[in-house]
Design a protein around this ligand. Structure first.
Ligand code: FPP
Length: 233
């Protein structure tokens, strides 16, 4: 793999889409597509530090995903349990910190406990922060921030910093680059506040086929873009 490009997208966010189609093309149950998606995630976690990425967020379960059939929801919860029980040790060895983003409301207590345990176990790691957005929705996050301000008894106008301070992970840098796989070109309620200025990269590759080379192509694409933040060049 080449040396890191400049400028580097320090925070890369990924909408891991296409697991169901990947499975369907092979005549497999959807859940096997999600399992193959975990292997893709592992490849990307291994490749990210070499590209200069310091934060990697992945949309693993959205607040809208509760509308899926219960078998698929239970399957995704089970995939998360297995991943954490089996992989936290390896993540520690790789100096990867885990931080979950989303609301714990509605998750079964054992899943919430495992998430807290995994965060604690990896809390001193610093090479890469992996942020699985699980039970996450961008609009819900903004609503939760506003309601937290209301609960504090805030009266009068609030400003952007007030909202930011009440986001789920207020210290997380905004994503520089958002990747969506599988040919869809939507944000689907991902990083509604934080993604305003993110560069977007879409690829037809289905998530289970994504790997370090695909990530490198996305990073190179980012390096070629001019980032102006609404200003003139
Ligand atoms: C979208 O593909 C994918 C999801 C809703 C789930 C993604 C989850 C994983 C890859 C597992 C993550 C696990 C951990 C441990 C963080 P889709 O099912 O909507 O695909 P389709 O559009 O082809 O049907």
């Amino acid at each position: 793999m080449n040396a890191p490009c400049t400028p580097v997208p320090f925070h890369v966010a990924i909408i891991m889409d296409g697991n169901g189609r990947w499975a369907k093309r092979r005549g497999l149950p959807r859940l096997l597509g999600h399992r193959a998606g975990v292997h893709a995630l592992e490849r990307v976690v291994r490749a990210a530090p070499g590209l200069g990425i310091t934060h990697l967020s992945v949309y693993a379960f959205s607040t809208e995903n509760w509308q899926r059939p219960s078998t698929e929801i239970l399957g995704l919860m089970s995939i998360l349990r297995v991943y954490l029980k089996r992989k936290v040790r390896e993540l520690k060895e790789r100096d990867v910190r885990l931080l979950f983003c989303g609301t714990r409301a509605g998750l079964s207590p054992d899943v919430a406990d495992l998430m807290a345990w995994a965060e604690e176990e990896t809390s001193s790691n610093s090479l890469l922060t992996l942020i699985p957005c699980f039970n996450y929705g961008g609009r819900q996050e903004i609503l939760d921030a506003v309601n937290a301000l209301v609960a504090e008894g805030r009266s009068g106008p609030v400003d952007q910093e007030d909202i930011r301070r009440h986001l789920y992970l207020p210290d997380l840098p905004d994503p520089d680059l958002i990747i969506r796989t599988s040919g869809e070109q939507r944000l689907s309620n991902f990083w509604a506040w934080q993604g305003t200025y993110s560069e977007l990269y879409f690829t037809d590759t289905l998530w289970p086929d994504f790997d370090g080379e695909c990530l490198e192509r996305a990073v190179q694409h980012f390096a070629d873009r001019e980032r102006r933040y609404g200003a003139l060049a």
